[in-house]
Design a protein around this ligand. Structure first.
Ligand code: BG6
Length: 516
């Protein structure tokens, strides 16, 4: 393991020819500082990701972690909490040796985020690490706190002269949500960019760290066969679904303020849409890829308040049956106001009004407590113009459909029409399937593993740029504000179902949602 001095050597995975090409890029020595070090995100995602990177020998040669949170506690106690979180949430069962080596270099600083003395202690700890190393170390500040603390932390980092460091790179990683409206996002960008340079800022959208989301680009741009039909002449509609079977759980305080549109569509789903619709970038660099995504977002016409009811539907889950048990409705969940009008389901019909896509509906749908967890993109082609054998009973001929499943069973499936064996020309749809798991026989890393590594390497391709996040809000803002003016109660769908029947209202005549 390359965690630090005295750490065991990397594990050698058994030889597997199918994993050839799976490699790790070296990362410069870094101190990672997590603000909100005892929060849900740190415990469930960041610490387990760090453990798995350590396990794979993918952390820098010198790696230190500093956790900052409000509660007073000793370094030792924080290390024990880290170990507990890693044991509970890591995708691999942790090995003691790797874990101990990782935790050796962990420090904890207690205090509130507006307290100057926290930043003085932080500066001192960072210096100590550098003295031991005998060289300046890169610094990455990870804002894993509630979003209302982002501005104050950034300002304090600026005032304590921690935003830049002679001889080393300083980076700021900002969690979502990046604002709750266009105005807020702009204001936050203004404050962040008053202190850090855009090249130092890494705005997280964890969907971009998912292997399968990145694979969309490989699929489209490394295969010549898709490009000729990847446009309005051949594609009839695009459906993007991010369905979840879980409810709001313990996150009601956040979720009731956010709702499905802000929580998933404004960020993850619009990013997926960009991957489907973007033009091939000149090169796979952060700026080129993000330039292309911004062009897509800017081609989506901003809905007017009058259009909102035609293109957007919202609903809330009612009590039902999910995951083998009876579950309460959203309004009965802990800490949800009984008259809440926050949507747990949102569906949109958008257009990408450019040369390639004009007239093709892009349907986006997400919801909690739906029938199952599935994230997929379904691209439906136009029907064939003429069926020569229609006399022969070619019932069941459906247009080709390409389905890219991002989770849970990552893969690509192509619906084709095939002849049923026999003397007559009877056609029925069959699927040609490709599964990533079978092709590569390896477990995909968690999104956060990739994102933390990239941020430490200074590669911003999988992070949202300032203009990108604003372009996403530009699309969602009128929907959020129109909904806020519309009275409740919201349409309901039973937990564990396909969603509300109202979801169909925004579809073009003849179109249907795919079964979840
Ligand atoms: C988060 C949302 O960004 O994404 C959650 O805040 C949601 O509400 C989650 O459950 C879904 O992520 P994934 O990786 O499980 O699809």
């Amino acid at each position: 393991m390359a965690v630090a001095a005295g750490v065991p050597t990397p594990q050698v995975e058994p030889e597997n020819p199918l994993t050839a090409g799976l490699e790790r890029v070296p990362v410069a020595p870094t101190t990672l500082v997590i603000f909100g070090a005892t929060g849900d995100l740190a415990r469930r995602k960041l610490l387990p990701a760090l453990y798995n990177l350590a396990h794979d020998g993918a952390l820098p040669q010198r790696f230190h972690l500093i956790g900052i949170a409000r509660k007073e506690k000793a370094h030792e106690d924080y290390r024990a909490e880290c170990a507990e979180a890693i044991r509970r949430f890591s995708r691999r069962k942790p090995e003691d040796e790797v874990l101990t080596a990782l935790l050796e270099n962990v420090r904890y600083i207690p205090g509130t985020f507006d307290d100057e003395s926290v930043y003085t202690k932080l500066a001192k700890t960072l210096d100590e690490f550098e003295q031991i190393a005998g060289e300046p170390l890169n610094r990455a500040f990870y804002l894993a706190t509630a979003p209302n603390f982002f501005p104050v932390i950034v300002e304090q980092l600026g005032e304590s002269k921690l935003a830049h460091h002679e001889g080393a790179a300083v980076r700021l990683i900002v969690e979502k949500p990046f604002g709750t409206s266009l105005a807020e996002a702009r204001e936050l960008n203004r404050r962040v960019l008053g202190i850090f340079d855009e090249t130092q800022v890494f705005r997280i959208d964890h969907y971009l760290g998912k292997e399968t989301v990145q694979n969309m680009l490989a699929f489209r741009f490394a295969n010549g066969m898709f490009e000729p039909f990847w446009n309005r002449n051949y594609i009839d509609s695009v459906q993007i679904t991010a369905a979840e079977d879980i409810g709001v759980g313990t996150r009601a305080d956040y979720y009731d303020q956010a709702g499905a549109l802000r929580d998933l569509i404004q960020n993850h789903m619009l990013q997926v849409l960009c991957h489907v619709a973007m033009e091939p970038p000149v090169s796979f660099t952060a700026e080129e890829v993000r330039n292309e995504k911004v062009k897509v977002l800017e081609s989506v016409p901003q809905p007017t308040p009058e259009q909102v009811p035609e293109i957007a539907v919202r609903a809330q889950y009612a009590a039902g049956h999910a995951g083998g048990e009876d579950v309460p409705g959203y309004l009965e969940e802990d800490r949800v106001p009984p008259d809440s009008t926050t949507e747990t389901y949102a569906a949109l019909r958008l257009e990408v009004d450019n040369w390639r896509w004009a007239g093709v509906p892009f349907y986006l749908r997400t919801g909690k407590r739906l029938a199952r967890k599935v994230t997929e993109i379904a691209v439906t082609l136009k029907p064939v113009p003429h069926l020569a054998f229609s006399q022969q009973g070619s019932l069941g001929v459906l247009p080709n459909q390409l389905v890219l499943t991002l989770q849970p069973n990552e893969g690509v499936s192509l619906r084709l029409g095939a002849k049923i064996p026999g003397t007559r020309m009877v056609i029925r749809p069959v699927n040609m399937e490709f599964l990533y798991g079978t092709a590569f026989l390896s477990q995909s890393p968690e999104a956060y593993e990739r994102l933390i590594t990239d941020a430490m390497r200074g590669d911003a391709m999988l992070f949202t740029r300032n203009d990108e996040v604003e372009a996403q809000w530009r699309i969602c803002d009128p929907i959020v504000s129109t909904w806020a003016r519309m009275p409740g109660p919201l349409p309901k769908y039973p937990a564990g179902s396909q969603g509300p029947p109202e979801g169909e209202q925004i579809l073009r005549e003849g179109d249907h949602w795919r079964a979840i």
